[in-house]
Design a protein around this ligand. Structure first.
Ligand code: CP3
Length: 343
């Protein structure tokens, strides 16, 4: 089913075509900073929310209806692929994601299933429900976690500050790391293609923790698999490549041939854009902490970024990373309004 989009700003910007103003969406736009999110969250566990298409659709629609952003992003999590592969995943309040069976040996790696798309069908169902509700108003972004970032959760057993176990594996057992990464990459290709078939209008690959890697390790353990994924998936929709560390790794990320590179807040966005090959758009890169500040500061910092990017095709407004749960909703709404008034 292809519906003509009423607001296709995101798609045009992703394809480096002219737009009346830059489109806006925000990573983690459906989440705990919204009181309406809590009304749902108090009734179900996070994984129940992800796995029940009607609920996932309800949450996906919250920022569409309450913020008026230019793109919806599927409500799910990057770790659902790791769960489908055999990771015993739970999300505990205040703790974050946990795998009770972290990978410790080659036997654990062999246990990881690559034939698990059937376990992710609920995501295809959610996409269909969301597209019915969106009814062509704005595009829907699908996503997956990138192999390195997913590996880090499977190996650490959860979030990590220093990625010690992950780096020990990369350094001491690189062959084993490659086995894991290839399995995740193969699942991710099938998973993203399933999302395209179900009707998403764009894709984002999240390599959130690539920042932890050195230049050479980024190339060997992250880029190589992201490149593989981007070369194998259906490229009928634009693909956004995100990592924390993109200020440094953007030249390597570009070699994987994404349509858009999503940039963290360290770099000057225009300098990054101009350093990239023609036709690669950028997304970013307001420091999300700005959204805690006074409204006049929020406005000034957004306008500074927009003036810096004036005249550049291929610019999507986003944050350098996700919205924090305690950012005032009113400030986020204000930021969206400032952007939508910009000409
Ligand atoms: O952006 C969106 O609004 C769409 C939904 C989405 C979620 N997670 C919902 C979520 C997306 C795109 C993600 C991606 C994700 N998940 C990433 C990559 C983006 C990034 O921030 O770098 C990562 C690293 C994860 C893993 C993950 N999931 C962590 C570390 C946590 C716990 C941290 C936290 O904020 O509590 C989650 C849980 C999670 N994913 C929540 C939401 C709304 C919070 C669940 C809750 O309500 O308790």
């Amino acid at each position: 089913m292809t519906t003509v989009l009423q607001n296709d700003l995101l798609i045009r910007a992703a394809l480096s075509q002219p737009t009346e103003r830059p489109p806006v969406w925000m990573m983690r736009q459906a989440g705990r900073f919204m009181p309406e999110y809590w009304e749902i969250k108090n009734k179900y566990s996070f994984l129940e929310m992800c796995k029940t298409p009607e609920i996932a659709a309800d949450v996906t629609m919250l920022p569409v209806d309450l913020l008026g952003i230019d793109a919806a992003i599927l409500f799910s999590d990057i770790l659902v692929t790791a769960e489908a592969m055999g990771g015993d995943l739970s999300f505990e309040q205040g703790v974050g994601p946990r795998f009770s069976n972290p990978i410790r040996s080659l036997a654990d790696v062999e246990q990881l299933s690559v034939d698990c798309l059937d376990k992710l069908q609920y995501v295809a169902e959610a996409i269909k429900v969301i597209q019915q509700r969106l009814d062509g108003r704005i595009p829907l972004i699908g996503f997956a976690g990138a192999p390195f970032t997913i590996l880090s959760y499977l190996v650490e057993g959860g979030s990590s500050k220093d990625f010690k176990q992950t780096k020990l594996l990369l350094n001491n057992e690189p062959a084993m790391a490659h086995l894991i990464l290839q399995k995740i990459a193969d699942v991710t290709v099938e998973y993203l293609n399933m999302q395209v078939d179900a009707g998403v209008n764009a894709l984002q690959l999240f390599d959130s923790w690539a920042l932890a890697l050195s230049w050479n390790d980024y190339r060997e353990f992250a880029h190589r698999y992201n490149h593989y994924i981007l070369s194998k998936i259906k490229r009928s929709v634009p693909v956004i490549s995100f990592c924390k560390g993109s200020s440094v790794f953007a030249p390597i990320m570009a070699e994987a041939n994404p349509d858009v590179i999503s940039v963290d807040w360290n770099a000057d966005l225009k300098n990054i854009k101009q350093s990239l090959p023609e036709g690669i758009a950028v997304q970013g890169n307001l420091d999300p902490f700005v959204l805690y500040a006074d409204k006049k500061v929020i406005k000034t910092k957004i306008l500074d970024l927009f003036e810096r990017m004036r005249g550049e095709n291929g610019f999507i407004f986003n944050l350098g990373h996700g919205i924090m749960p305690d950012i005032p909703f009113d400030n986020v709404k204000y930021a969206v309004d400032v952007i939508k008034e910009y000409r």
